[in-house]
Design a protein around this ligand. Sequence first.
Ligand SMILES: O=C(O)CC1=CCC(=O)O1
Length: 393
Amino acid sequence: MPQIEANGTLLNYELSGPSGAPVVVFSNSLGTSLAMWDPLVPYLRGRYRVLRYDTRGHGASQVRDQPIEVADLAEDLIGLLDALNIPRAHVVGLSLGGMTGQAAASRHPDRVISLTLMATAAFMPSEASWNERAALVREKGTAAIVEATMTRWFTPNFPASSPDAVAPVHAQFTGTDSAGYAVCCNAIGRMDLRPVLDRITAPTLVIAGRDDPATPPAMAQEICDGIRHAELVVLPNAAHLLSVEQPEATAAHLLGFLDRHREAPEAATGAVAFEAGLTNRKSVLGEAHVERSLNAAGDFAGPWQDFITRTAWGEVWGDPRIPWKTRSFVTLAMMVALGREEEFKLHVRPALRNGVTVPELQALLIQTAIYAGVPAANGAFRWAREVLGDDLA
Ligand SMILES: O=C(O)CC1=CCC(=O)O1
């Protein structure tokens, strides 16, 4: 993943999705990385351009062992937008990321289309307890507090019922640099964003986990009370890392809110459509396949490659009204109905990258038997097995 200098700090980031779509920037929580958004991002693929980054001192971003304020983290976020030539973005943050979002939206209201604040606070006392936590982690590392942290982040039964969701978060936490973590703890201890909330002009969605002991719904209510255009959602069966524990419900609220505050993208034509199409095509089908197709085309099929890149990938897959996950479903269903083995096989792994799960794929192929016939579905099950093999288990 690339790194870029923002506000004098090297930040690790990932930018993906249709080039013409509105940008949604995701800011992570204390002790995680941009990977904490993995369960949520598939819901946005194809509809929004997703920018996620590791907060400084976290993941693969630079660790700077010097005191900072939450305002510095906000300038990092705005610096990242500057470095990537993004004038305005929807800002989404969880916990520390939500604090960063509040600071960014209050300091740079013109840069924020909308603001989504998950499991966060404007004020989180006490400073002494944050300083104690910072000192403990500096001495013993994040591993010393990982188990206590996981009990705040997830409801009691979730780790046992969903170990695959919790394991990556656990690894992100123990992999976080001690100094990077401690510096942010000290910043949270000193933070009080309550006086600047009324400078936030962006429409704001605040999501709290009903069972979150770290930033309970009362803290979310306090944020809503301070912002002019804020709405509050309290998610049941969710603690602090609500986007990991309840990705589907979180995505439904987030997408509904983002869609209501969409700024219309400009339609791409000509060379711009080709470049946009190339980005989308590589993102869905994989770079190697696209390079192979373009290189093999030669003079005769070159214009054909140009045409499908501009139209299928620039205009159709680049139209953010339908998310890529849905486009994958529709494409696979059509390929089954038409008996197109080669094209079905080409699209089956990308469908998983676009967020289609194996049980959903199974359900889709069973549905094709109803509308396209048993032989068509029978063939499709075989094709899926041939491509995905052990990944179906
Ligand atoms: O560490 C916690 O459990 C709560 C928290 C505060 C800021 C953050 O990002 O997480």
